[in-house]
Design a protein. Structure first.
Length: 240
């Protein structure tokens, strides 16, 4: 079940249409309605209109997670910032981005967090890794990782080729495909093909999950001194 929290009827309708066919969808328009709903039901995903006065605070986010620990909260706002992204993830949100996402991206965000992973706008990945390099997936209330989600075992990295490990390390440094292509002197098409294979081998659903996993496994630290050139000033290597 997906729950939408927004006082805007037009926004609720837009998100409903984007998620149509995914799973049952409900909506609430204020804080009272939200906590009443959570007292009776436990949605798997909660999409929050963070521009709302009722829903737009970290204290609200913490209270929501306390009321329903198994619900994965996605914060969506008109003006996302790296500082707010880090604060939201630190407080327990599973996703953060713009609220005018395309239908395909909104559906992807809901699918990713429902698996127990993190979804975040690409421009905030580097900051998130720098601030939360040791972040671990949220566990279920019984202390186990969500089924079908979380990070793969660290020995899964052994399934990657040397080139794939280089690309994974560069992703952890926040490099875009174009930057990786230039750094490794290969085409962007080849980079995309390698990423598709890496995602499949490691069973991660995107760049954010890959970057967080790589930083946790110390691959970025190890490979950066072995097969990847030293970062330019301003680049970030996460050391866990």
């Amino acid at each position: 079940m997906i729950l939408i929290a927004s006082p805007s009827k037009s926004l609720c309708r837009c998100w409903r249409e984007a998620l149509a066919g995914v799973r049952p969808i409900h909506e609430v328009g204020d804080k009272h309605g939200l906590f009443h709903f959570l007292s009776e039901s436990k949605p798997s995903v909660l999409l929050v209109d963070y521009d709302s006065n009722d829903f737009g605070t970290i204290s609200f986010l913490r209270a929501t997670i306390k009321a329903s620990p198994s619900t994965r909260v996605v914060i969506l706002t008109s003006n996302p910032t790296s500082k707010e992204a880090v604060a939201a993830i630190r407080a327990g949100a599973r996703g953060y981005g713009r609220k005018d996402l395309s239908r395909s991206l909104l559906k992807r965000a809901a699918r990713v967090v429902s698996k127990g992973e993190i979804w975040i706008a690409r421009q905030f990945v580097s900051t998130l890794i720098e601030e939360l390099g040791g972040f671990k997936p949220i566990s279920n209330t019984n202390g186990t990782k969500p089924e079908g989600g979380g990070h793969p075992p660290h020995n899964a990295l052994n399934t990657l080729s040397a080139r794939q490990r280089e690309i994974a390390s560069l992703i952890a440094m926040g490099k875009p495909n174009k930057g990786i292509s230039s750094h490794l002197s290969i085409s962007e098409k080849t980079v995309k093909a390698h990423l598709t294979t890496i995602f499949r081998k490691l069973d991660v659903s995107g760049r954010t999950q890959l970057a967080l996993f790589v930083s946790q496994s110390r691959l970025s630290q190890k490979d950066s001194t072995r097969s990847v050139a030293k970062p330019h000033r301003g680049d970030v290597l996460v050391k866990i």
